[in-house]
Design a protein. Structure first.
Length: 214
């Protein structure tokens, strides 16, 4: 199985990759500003599930396909980019309703949770930053003579969602606190809703035109 040294080295590389703000972090901040801390944290959970789904895909061969095929990579990337643009447009359209997010009725409605987790999952699974990282780096820490290769990848890959949960949750809490300040004024809250929506649209547009040079 995976040695302690390999696991520690991969965890360190994963931490360095996660702390550099990318699509998941920016999306989490946007959600915290436009919807609130609770939903931002649920987004983080969905994102962690999404990136671990990438780990599973890499472990069972999709990583090699993505690494070799620019078309597959582009399709996944564009799907995530279009979804971000859609969510950003929705945030801008509904910015006038943000004051309702501070009523207890809205904040405690459990039916919204699956949709919020789903949004995080889509962005996490379509995140090109983690796809490239996993496809290029994860196989280098696997020892084919030490047991099942997929099992080693699945174990090593746990580093990514666990570290992402911790780091992205911190971003969600900080951004959520900033939103609380904006909420003291309806005009501020509408402004931050529009800004968060524009951030998502900008992030989606950037993802659509950024990628591999092959």
């Amino acid at each position: 199985m995976v040695s302690g040294g390999h696991f520690a080295a991969f965890a360190a590389l994963t931490f360095l990759m996660v702390i550099v703000p990318g699509p998941s972090v920016l999306f989490t901040i946007s959600r915290a500003l436009t919807i609130g801390r609770r939903d931002a944290l649920l987004t983080v959970v969905g994102n962690a599930i999404g990136v671990y789904t990438q780990v599973v895909a890499v472990a069972f061969g999709l990583g090699a396909i993505v690494s070799e095929s620019a078309a597959v990579f582009t399709a996944i990337k564009l799907a995530g980019a279009l979804y971000l643009v859609y969510l950003g447009a929705q945030a801008i359209r509904k910015r006038h309703r943000l004051t309702a997010a501070f009523t207890s009725e809205v904040r405690t409605t459990p039916g919204r949770a699956p949709a919020v987790v789903r949004d995080g999952f889509v962005v996490g699974f379509a995140n090109p930053k983690s796809i490239v990282f996993l496809a290029a780096i994860l196989p280098q820490f696997v020892n084919s003579s030490a047991g099942s290769v997929p099992a080693q990848m699945l174990l090593l890959g746990l580093c990514l969602p666990v570290i992402a949960l911790a780091c992205d949750s911190a971003w969600a809490v900080v951004a959520g606190q900033a939103r609380d300040w904006f909420a003291r004024s309806p005009r501020r809250l509408e402004l931050v809703g529009g800004t968060g929506g524009l951030m998502m649209i900008g992030l989606g547009t950037t993802l659509a035109f950024t990628g591999r040079k092959d």
